[in-house]
Design a protein around this ligand. Structure first.
Ligand SMILES: [Zn+2]
Length: 377
């Protein structure tokens, strides 16, 4: 079995290269916008419809387009064809809207197929741009097939190259261990075996920094250069938070996948919880959604199993020993006390045990051994 993986790197173009990269973003946008324009002009009452120009024809019309990679233009042309196919697809459940024009704010990227770029140790060779300096902080595993690269510029003005590769999936060694994970506001993750991940404090710290920068920005006059500067500062902080969050989630999910074969986890209704204002900040900070999706795709890559437990399943209120329910349990009760069997246990620990039990029950696989484990724990 194979899977697609993306490896994203920061690249450092020279001034000249940066100019050409910006031109490429612009030309690719021209191809897209031309197609959108023709598409939206379609009128079923007319017998003669305007046909959109191919990227080659566009290049003949606008000579300056020859300066940039022809492959990049073709890729964008293909993207529009894919969009059209999806738009008219009858098997699609959800209808997609009409295509939108792209401007400088919305789209600063282009894609090249694998023959048009080469990734080396400190550089990436891009068609028409040449060798661009790159920091290879994560190497592409040996044996992966290069598919494409997407070159982009973020709102901070940094250039990035996201390399898409196809890799053979190699399962991680089995450990024979199972875990139930409770997700929380106080502690990010609590496992029934004592595995704990604290809520990262740095999100909160960056949040304060962000708040200040945003207040700063709001005081600047529209169109002023000071406003532009303040805006860039806000974008930089957003970028920093996103990078830190990503790093944190990558690290923790890898740890869990390495340690456990079976992971039961509560399927929290994050959207519903965010409405509760007091909790909103820490929840969005902790980025549960990103954590879930990363954990699930990694488990699939490495041959581990993740089972989500229904969010209405009362993991906190139920005694993990005898099944008695404490309907009056509130968020402030940190210890679960069972009035039926006398169990006294940390609230999250009790919940995580219930989650594992429920996940195992839901899972179709036979797991007799693990059920013993939960009894002992
Ligand atoms: Zn009990």
């Amino acid at each position: 079995m194979t899977t697609l993986k993306a490896f994203k790197y920061r690249i450092y173009p020279t001034k000249q290269q940066a100019v050409l990269l910006n031109k490429t973003f612009g030309c690719v946008r021209v191809v897209w916008n031309h197609n959108v324009e023709v598409f939206n002009k379609f009128d079923k009452n007319l017998t003669e419809q305007e046909q959109s120009l191919t990227s080659t024809q566009l290049k003949q019309k606008f000579v300056w387009m020859s300066e940039v990679s022809a492959a990049a233009l073709q890729q964008k042309e293909m993207d529009f064809k894919t969009f059209k196919k999806n738009y008219f697809s009858t098997s699609r459940k959800k209808k997609i809207g009409r295509p939108a024009f792209k401007n400088r704010d919305s789209n600063q990227s282009y894609r090249l197929p694998n023959q048009k770029f080469t990734l080396r140790e400190n550089t990436i060779q891009l068609e028409k741009i040449g060798k661009v300096k790159l920091v290879l902080d994560r190497a592409v595993p040996v044996g992966c097939k290069f598919m494409s690269v997407t070159v982009s510029k973020n709102k901070c003005g940094q250039f990035l190259a996201s390399v898409l590769v196809e890799c053979e999936i190699i399962a991680k060694p089995k450990t024979g261990k199972f875990i139930g994970l409770d997700i929380g506001i106080k502690t990010f993750l609590t496992g029934n075996d004592g595995f704990i991940v604290e809520n990262p404090q740095f999100f909160r710290e960056s949040q304060a920094e962000l708040k200040q920068a945003q207040r700063h920005l709001s005081r600047k006059k529209k169109g002023s250069s000071r406003r532009k500067k303040a805006k860039l500062k806000v974008a930089r902080i957003h970028n920093k938070i996103a990078n830190r969050r990503k790093h944190f989630i990558q690290e923790k999910t890898t740890e869990i996948i390495n340690l456990y074969d079976f992971i039961g986890i509560e399927d929290l209704n994050v959207a519903g919880m965010v409405q509760n204002h007091k909790l909103a900040k820490s929840i969005s900070d902790a980025a549960f959604t990103e954590f879930y999706s990363t954990l699930i795709y990694k488990a699939a890559w490495y041959g581990k199993e993740v089972v989500k437990v229904d969010r209405w399943f009362a993991s906190s209120k139920t005694c993990s020993c005898c099944g008695w329910k404490n309907e009056n349990l509130t968020l402030s009760d940190r210890v679960f006390e069972c009035l039926a069997c006398g169990l006294k246990k940390d609230r999250d620990l009790n919940a995580s045990e219930n989650i594992l039990k429920e996940a195992l029950r839901v899972s179709s696989a036979i797991r007799t051994q693990s059920e013993c484990q939960t009894e002992i724990a």
